[in-house]
Design a protein around this ligand. Structure first.
Ligand SMILES: [Zn+2]
Length: 91
C-alpha cells in the first residue's frame, strides 16, 4: 500500500550509489559496480512517484574484510609486477 495515494502497488526499486559505494569505488571500481551489494536501494510508488523508503545496505565487517584481503593481494601483485618490470628494463 502506498501511504500517499492509497493504492495497492508494487514499489519501483532503484539502486543508487551510496557513500559506501563511492569509498569502495576509489579502490575497486569495476568490482563494486558489477555487483551492487553496497548500493542504497530506493523504493518508489509507480503511480505517484513518491519515494516510500530507502534501504541502506549495512557495512558488513565480513565484506570489508574480504575487500581488505583483495586489496592487499592486489597491492602485492602490483609491487611484484613493478619489480619485475624494472628488472626487465634495467638489464
Ligand atoms: Zn503512490
Amino acid at each position: 500500500m502506498c501511504p500517499s495515494c492509497n493504492m495497492s502497488i508494487t514499489t519501483r526499486v532503484e539502486h543508487q550509489a551510496g557513500t559506501m559505494t563511492l569509498i569502495l569505488c576509489f579502490f575497486v571500481s569495476i568490482f563494486v559496480l558489477c555487483c551492487d551489494f553496497t548500493k542504497d536501494v530506493n523504493h518508489f510508488c509507480p503511480i505517484c512517484q513518491r519515494r516510500l523508503g530507502t534501504y541502506r545496505r549495512p557495512c558488513s565487517s565480513r565484506i570489508t574484510f574480504i575487500i581488505l584481503i583483495y586489496l592487499i593481494i592486489l597491492i602485492i601483485y602490483i609491487i611484484l609486477l613493478a619489480m619485475s618490470d624494472s628488472h626487465h628494463y634495467n638489464g
